[in-house]
Design a protein around this ligand. Structure first.
Ligand code: NAD
Length: 487
């Protein structure tokens, strides 16, 4: 393909609104070429004893450490200056360092070596065989973190990995892969392609396993394509996450936690708080205090490192948010704070927007919003609150703030979500290296869990090796095979 034939995507800078980056869209042939190279190199990577792979990853960690600030800065240009962008290089170091410590023990824990319980003369051992080529396709929010969350354990497991960043947020890839290039053994099995959905489709055609983070509609298409090829896919999709604030809750705690949970990263987080259910008895006082705190939140338009809210990373998202708000207002909702998209220096911003008088007929309470919106709805009883919180097709996370931890736990146990945060919001990061969880509803599908040490098992096939130490069964006398236990 000549350079002139290469299709490209214009990438908008979220802070200036200007197109300042052009992305070449990799064709299927280009994806296939990279996939073939990765496949060729993967057996040698998988054949390395785990400790040697860990040694390679340790060297990569050293290279990432040297460039952590540059990597973070590139991610910040992509997102428009999200708070967490400025620490992404260091989060990546934590990700690699965590697997250096955890990979071996996690695999050992899942392995078995010993006699069969059903047939004691047979020795059983587990072998982990990595999927040769894993394709990882990412979204535009937390763009680097969400790709590496899957790519890094897959590399530790012995897979080759091909990643594609979102075409909206591709800048972080260049500095990161400069660090990969410093470690030749890793560069042989870890590559990226740029492109849009067509490139993503080609990556699925070439893969043995697909990890996808993004929207429900795209997830559905990917699930179908993977089903056609009979390959597994892990889909981490959207959310419409609720918080329940009970009558006994401490208002200071509740308003602080809810505000951050709803507007951190401008609300463009899959587990943002997007529905707020508050006990009738405290509703007005809660809203008043929440509004006071919301008014103090500042935009980061003058200086990305000062202020709290960055612009919309993806300009069309601002339209979706405005449409949902307008529809809610048409149906009778009231906007107490914020409420409009402000264009400042070419960036599209929105201040924390508290909305009351909402109900479940409104898209604002049903569909993913991905903006700094806080729709508050009163409830008369805890039963009603639980029913409202569970009235959703999603089930990523949920939150409960109550007067006591016991009260919160009793409610949390009844909510349909993969993780429930109690007495706070936004506790997702506390799961890392500790525990896995499975999403409910359309928020995610696929085997195993993405967090916790067992996440590495997603990238290997578990093979059982069975050796008969006794005499083989004789076809003339094989009744023992069907003999019930204890008979
Ligand atoms: P998106 O679905 O529009 O795109 C995600 C990626 O898929 C992009 O890289 C895109 O190029 C690619 N793609 C598009 N069509 C494709 C196809 N047919 N085949 C293969 N790849 C294709 O998502 P987005 O708007 O970038 O991301 C925001 C969404 O991601 C939100 O819904 C958010 O909730 C979700 N998300 C989920 C999690 C989670 O862990 N559950 C985390 C972050 C974001």
């Amino acid at each position: 393909m000549t350079e002139a034939e290469q299709r490209s995507v214009a990438v908008r800078n979220p802070r200036t609104g200007a197109v300042d980056f052009h992305l070449p869209v990799a064709s299927h042939a280009q994806v296939a070429e990279k996939a073939a190279r990765l496949r060729k190199n993967q057996p040698a990577w998988a054949a390395l004893p785990l400790q040697q792979r860990i040694g390679v990853m340790q060297r990569w960690l050293g290279e990432v450490a040297k460039r952590a600030n540059d990597i973070s800065a590139a991610d910040a240009v992509d997102t428009g200056g999200c708070h967490t962008s400025y620490v992404q290089g260091f989060i990546t170091m934590g990700n690699i360092g965590g697997w250096i410590e955890d990979a071996e023990a996690a695999l050992e824990k899942a392995a078995y070596h010993g006699p069969s319980r059903a047939m004691p003369s047979v020795e059983v051992r587990t072998q982990f065989v990595p999927y040769p080529l894993v394709s990882v396709i990412g979204p535009w929010n937390a763009p680097m973190m969400l790709v590496l969350l899957d790519a890094i354990p897959a590399l530790f497991a012995g897979c080759a990995v091909l990643i594609k960043p979102s075409e909206v947020t591709p800048r972080w890839v260049a500095p990161l892969f400069e660090t990969v290039a410093q470690v030749p053994e890793l560069a042989a099995v870890f590559e990226f392609v740029h492109g849009d959905g067509t490139t993503g489709k080609a990556m699925i055609e070439e893969a043995d396993l697909v990890c996808f983070t993004g929207s429900v509609p795209t997830g559905r298409k990917i699930a179908v394509q993977c089903a056609e090829r009979l390959i597994p896919c892990y889909l981490e999709l959207g959310g419409k996450d609720p918080v329940i604030v009970t009558e006994t809750a401490d208002l200071e705690r509740a308003t602080t936690a809810v505000l951050r949970g709803a507007v951190h990263a401008n609300g463009m987080v899959c587990f943002s708080v997007e529905r707020i259910y508050v006990a009738e008895a405290i509703h007005d006082a809660f809203v008043k205090l929440l509004a006071e705190k919301a008014e103090k939140v500042r935009l980061n338009c003058d200086d990305p490192r000062a202020g709290h809210l960055h612009p919309f990373t993806f300009a069309p998202q601002a339209k979706i948010v405005a449409q949902q708000l307008a529809e809610a207002v048409d149906k009778g909702a009231s906007v107490l704070t914020g409420g409009r998209v402000e264009e400042i220096g070419g960036g599209l911003y929105m201040r924390p927007t508290i909305v009351t008088g909402v109900d479940h007929t409104m898209a604002l309470m049903r569909d993913e919003t991905f903006g700094p919106i806080l729709p508050v709805m009163p409830f008369a009883s805890v039963e009603e609150a639980i029913a409202l919180a569970n009235d959703t097709e999603f089930g990523l996370t949920a939150n409960v703030i109550a007067g006591s931890e016991e009260e919160a736990l009793a409610i949390g146990e009844r909510l349909n979500a993969g993780s429930v945060f109690m007495q706070d919001t936004f506790l997702t990061f506390a799961k890392n290296r500790t525990v896995g969880s499975n999403s409910f509803g359309v928020s995610g599908v696929g085997g195993g869990a993405r967090t916790g040490p067992e996440a590495i098992l997603r990238y290997v096939r578990r093979k059982a090796l069975l050796t008969q130490h006794g005499e083989p069964a004789d076809i003339q006398n094989d009744h023992h095979l069907g003999k019930p236990a204890g008979a």
